[in-house]
Design a protein around this ligand. Structure first.
Ligand code: DON
Length: 317
């Protein structure tokens, strides 16, 4: 990510929100403070905060965007939504015995709550909870990361969506915090697979590169009440509602309150600078810009989603 050439601004306007996207895509140039790329994974640290892309996918599959919307970037924690969807699709509500669904109010990689709460993480979108979900998906499929990648490929229609080995290796080389979380939960019996195997699957899952176009399309089932791109059902309408609800309350970590206040949509961020957001029944959005705020959310990404809901009047409220 970050090394392929910039795709020129694509004339949008082909869909309902094309004009709004063009406006946001030109206004973003005036945004001066864009935060800093994540530096705890050395390979992400070099990303250019000047990059910005935004895409909208409508429920019929129409997808369009502005600026760097077709540029692949490191999806990171955005994959946690897709892993959770696969586990829910496979065995329904079982997973909630092992992970909660309350906001944590703590940073995404925090250890502190886990001991008070007996090794059961607050929600599936902080790292501890995502490790539990990937652990379950690994048990169910034997190939958790591969299943997440395949779901992204199938729903985006882009077979080029793939792992980036250098990103997974870079994270593994600096993975002490995630290893500590996994071992700690294993000591409570809340991890079924060998921790090294789980960490390898989790880092591979986080390393998947995809573009705003890919991710807006791939999340379409969340705007279609669980229905996949091919018309089959991934989640029940109730499960899709629940994934959206957990995204709203927990998808941007200890900034979820601020994100709901400003944007008013379910959203899931990743430290690569991407954010996926859902307007149920209307569209899915993905924004990308690598500069992050201190809570790990893309500065220009949150700004752009804020502009989108302000300009369109759309939100879940
Ligand atoms: O577990 C980690 O540290 C990363 N691979 C994923 C974290 C992430 O994207 C959290 N996000 N904002």
């Amino acid at each position: 990510p970050g090394t392929t050439p910039t795709v020129p601004v694509t004339a949008s306007g082909s869909g309902r929100f094309g004009g709004v996207l063009e406006q946001i895509g030109s206004e973003v140039a005036a945004l001066t403070d864009r935060g800093r790329p994540a530096d705890y994974i050395p390979l992400l640290a070099g990303a250019d905060p000047g990059r910005f892309g935004m895409a909208v996918a409508e429920p019929d599959g129409t997808v369009y965007g502005v600026n760097d919307w077709q540029e692949p970037f490191s999806t990171q924690s955005i994959t946690k939504v897709f892993a959770l969807a696969l586990v829910l699709a496979s065995e329904g509500e079982e997973i909630w015995r092992r992970v909660g669904r309350e906001p944590s109010g703590n940073p995404f990689n925090s250890l502190v709550q886990l001991e008070y709460e007996n090794g059961v993480p607050r929600n599936p979108f902080i790292n501890a909870g995502a490790l539990v979900v990937t652990d379950r998906l690994q048990t169910l499929t034997g190939n958790a990361a591969g299943r997440v990648r395949d779901l992204l490929r199938e729903e985006s229609g882009n077979p080029a969506v793939d792992f980036v080995a250098e990103v997974a290796d870079s994270e593994a080389a600096h993975g002490d915090r995630n290893a500590a979380l996994a071992h700690f939960m294993a000591s409570y019996g809340n991890i079924a697979n060998p921790v090294p195997e789980l960490l390898a699957a989790y880092f591979r899952q986080c390393s998947i590169a995809a573009s705003c176009q890919d991710l807006a399309s791939a999340a379409g089932f969340l705007a279609r009440r669980g229905v996949r791109a091919d018309g089959s059902m991934l989640l029940t309408p109730s499960q899709a509602k629940r994934v959206n609800a957990v995204m709203l309350t927990c998808g941007t970590y200890d900034a979820a309150g601020e994100f709901a206040y400003r944007v008013g949509l379910p959203g899931k961020s990743g430290v690569g600078g991407g954010i996926v957001a859902v307007v149920p029944g209307v569209c899915t959005l993905c924004v990308w810009s690598p500069g992050l705020d201190r809570r790990g959310n893309s500065v220009a990404g949150v700004w752009a989603l804020d502009r989108f809901t302000t300009l369109t009047g759309l939100s879940v409220f």
